[in-house]
Design a binder for this molecule. Structure first.
Ligand SMILES: *Cc1c(COP(=O)(O)O)cnc(C)c1O
Length: 468
């Protein structure tokens, strides 16, 4: 038997492959517009999973992530990188992702102890290091360009700051992100970090980014890159904490359910992959806010775009969920042509549907629920009154949807943001203004640096040129 030490990646639209992890990660998107997935999911036996029980977070991360990385990073380097990433210096808790019991059979997994207080740090702290590692090998430099309405920008900056081979340019709409969110970006004074406040709204920022990425000459000359949620390295980093939580609750002999506050479907996709790798999962609950495209899909089999609604859980205010394509690919026997047609329908008709039997298959593992702002405030208030714990509005969506879908197994809600990141909503629900953790207590009196630019792609291009 030949043991493949190199994991191949294929595109969800059937028109591209990547020979290894490095190629898939550095490309981001596949050349046919699809998303890279591994040609096969590595699978662990129950015995092997049981043996993970006493590993520390970063040791477990190595076991889960290394089969996907293959030969792209030598074992010793990957171990070192993971020990650095998932250390209490970066995730400010000895357990990195502590599991907390709120009620009998109901838990939250706190994923908000990282530098920007949201679960995106788990993926972006890893991705920043992976990019820098591969770039150092090739002697290249990249310019990361992105737009943010708040959360992703700060997590991307925290993951890239100070890295030698990366510059990062993040556009935010001037005066339209919260004080905490802005300061989490603009108080980072590292030389390679450039915050740009655009005179416009979030859509303007996104359109500028699209326009600049659509300029092939500029993109090539400045080696432009993105860190968006479809990058495979971000997904793999998120698989780890499903195993970590489940092992503490008795897996693999005990099944576990997870409820996941969902926007782009990256986080819950990682839970699905954990299940494919052998973790016994009873249900995965797709918890959406009033932007409920996925809940409507699970209920009707039709995936239909609607305008974005602004809610108390802004990091889930999305029109479509880009990573959902990876799930659809698997549930259509990995036939890229089918996915290509569906995406075509989405682009032209603003919707597509799946067959009843496909929907029924998906429904065996997944459940869903949509939670509106009124319920969000009620849940935060009730959990606080009954347990003394403050949860943030995103976590509240997860908790409520989870509670509505409990079967036999313990239900773990992923707590995706720290309550102090969304203090107004939490105060409204509990009467108590949640405080920032001590490592961020300086945030409100630290100096800020950002550049204000007009809503014109040319201005942004000039700024990038001037800073290279
Ligand atoms: C990004 C984000 C989500 C949604 O995660 P997806 O992977 O996009 O589904 C949920 N909660 C918070 C706090 C986030 O920042």
């Amino acid at each position: 038997m030949i043991l493949a030490s190199c994991m191949e990646y294929i595109s969800t639209r059937g028109g591209d492959t990547a020979p290894d992890f490095k190629t898939a990660v550095m490309a981001g998107l596949a050349s046919d517009g699809g998303l890279f997935v591994p040609a096969e999911y590595p699978k662990f036996s129950a015995k092997k999973i049981a043996a993970f029980k006493n590993l520390s977070y970063h040791e477990l991360a190595y076991e889960i992530i290394s089969p996907y990385v293959g030969d792209s990073i030598p074992a010793a380097d990957l171990k070192k990188m993971l020990a650095e990433t998932y250390s209490p210096k970066i995730f400010h808790h000895p357990q990195i992702a502590p599991l907390k019991k709120l009620y009998e059979g109901e838990y939250i997994l706190e994923l908000f102890h990282g530098p920007t207080l949201a679960f995106k740090d788990f993926a972006l702290q890893f991705l920043g290091r992976v990019f820098d590692y591969f770039l150092a090998q090739s002697g290249e430099k990249i310019n990361i360009l992105g737009a943010t309405s708040g959360d992703t920008g700060s997590a991307a900056i925290a993951g890239c700051m100070g890295r030698k081979n990366i510059n990062i340019f993040i556009l935010h709409p001037k005066g339209r992100v919260s004080e905490v969110q802005r300061r989490q970006m603009t108080t980072v004074l590292a030389d390679n970090v450039f915050n740009i406040a655009i005179e416009g709204n979030f859509d303007d920022c996104q359109n500028l980014v699209k326009e600049i990425f659509g300029d092939p000459a500029f993109k090539k000359k400045y080696n432009l890159s993105a860190v968006n949620s479809i990058n495979w390295a971000r997904i793999v980093a998120q698989i780890v904490y499903y195993f970590y939580a489940a092992l503490q609750l008795g897996a693999p002999s005990q099944k576990i359910s997870f409820s996941v506050p969902t926007g782009n479907f990256g986080d819950i996709l990682a839970g699905y992959i954990a299940h494919k790798m052998g973790l016994p999962v009873e249900k995965l609950v797709i918890a959406t806010n009033s932007n409920d495209i996925l809940h409507r899909f699970l209920t009707t089999g039709t995936y239909k775009k609607q305008p974005v609604i602004h809610t108390l859980s802004p990091s889930m205010d999305i029109q479509i969920s880009s990573n959902f394509e990876r799930l659809l690919f698997d549930y259509h026997k990995r036939k890229g042509q089918i996915i290509k047609n569906k995406i075509n329908d989405l682009n032209t008709e603003h919707e597509f549907s799946v067959e009843t039997k496909v929907l029924a298959e998906i429904g065996k593992l997944f459940a869903s629920d949509a939670v509106n702002d009124t319920s969000i405030l009620e849940v935060i208030g009730a959990v606080y009154a009954q347990t003394g714990e403050s949860i943030d509005p995103h976590t509240a969506v997860g908790f409520m949807a989870g509670r509505n879908n409990i079967l036999q197994a313990p239900m773990v809600t992923l707590a995706t943001a720290h309550p102090a990141k969304f203090p107004e909503a939490v105060k409204k629900a509990t009467g108590l203004y949640p405080l920032l953790p001590t490592f961020l207590s300086h945030l409100h009196d630290s100096p800020e640096r950002f550049t204000v630019l007009h809503n014109q792609a040319e201005k942004v291009r000039e700024f990038i040129m001037a800073n290279n």
